[in-house]
Design a protein around this ligand. Structure first.
Ligand code: SAM
Length: 207
């Protein structure tokens, strides 16, 4: 998919102070549901500037971090945070688009993604990719917009107007994941209204 929009936004992404609140709430939900431990391998897909991972590391230092994004600008912003010490020095930064790229061989105890899936056309392909990359017993955590009327995006947008939670549950189950739980993740407050964000957590069954 075209990445220009996020390439342009990357340098000022963190200037919106409310993103820190949103990321913190999402990370707290993930930590409570998935109970990660130091040494677990974490993949954040569509990581942007890595805000959710930064918040996850506050609760669980020692996570082994891989941040993937198909936007050059976002990957540069992540690289700057690694250099500045805001992300661990051994953070891996991947240019990955699971809609079109082969699924990496690497495996993870925890895969998280925040506000990305509504941009993804090939949902089934990407969800299957996540399921493949999870260790048995590992968790996938998806935070994204609840279904909205299309007013959320003010730029050229060909993605999803959020999701109904029932369709998220069905898609995660179809990808082979189990123990699907979906609750409130956070909310995005804007002048034109409040947009609720769900947090879905699912597990790869043991082989
Ligand atoms: C709305 S931003 C969210 C950024 C970050 N996760 C956050 O919550 O602050 C969506 C991010 O997903 C990335 N993205 C969108 N589609 C993608 C795809 N198919 N593969 C990888 N990254 C993608 C964008 O470049 C962007 O950084």
């Amino acid at each position: 998919m075209a990445t220009e929009h996020f390439d342009e936004k990357a340098a000022t992404w963190d200037d919106d102070g409310d993103k820190e609140r949103q990321s913190g709430e999402i990370a707290r939900g993930i930590t409570a549901a998935a109970s990660p431990a130091g040494g677990d391998r974490l993949l954040e897909y569509g990581a942007g500037t890595g805000l959710v991972t930064q918040a996850l590391l506050e609760a669980t230092p020692g996570l082994l971090v891989t941040l993937a994004d198909n936007s050059t600008g976002m990957r540069e912003a992540i690289g700057n945070k690694v250099e500045a010490g805001a992300l661990p020095p051994d953070t891996r930064v991947w240019d990955l688009d699971l809609e079109s790229d082969p699924v990496p061989e690497d495996r993870f105890e925890l895969i998280v993604t925040s506000m990305v899936m509504h941009h993804v056309k090939e949902l089934e392909t990407v969800l299957r990719g996540f399921a493949t990359m999870l260790e048995p017993g590992g968790h996938l955590c998806i935070a994204d917009l609840d279904h909205e009327d299309g007013s959320f995006h003010d730029h050229d947008f060909e993605g999803h107007h959020g999701f109904h939670r029932s369709e998220v549950e069905a898609s995660l189950t179809a990808a082979g994941l189990v123990e699907v739980h979906i609750g409130d993740g956070t909310s995005i407050e804007r002048e034109d209204g409040t947009y609720p964000v769900f947090l879905a957590v699912a597990t790869r069954p043991s082989d």
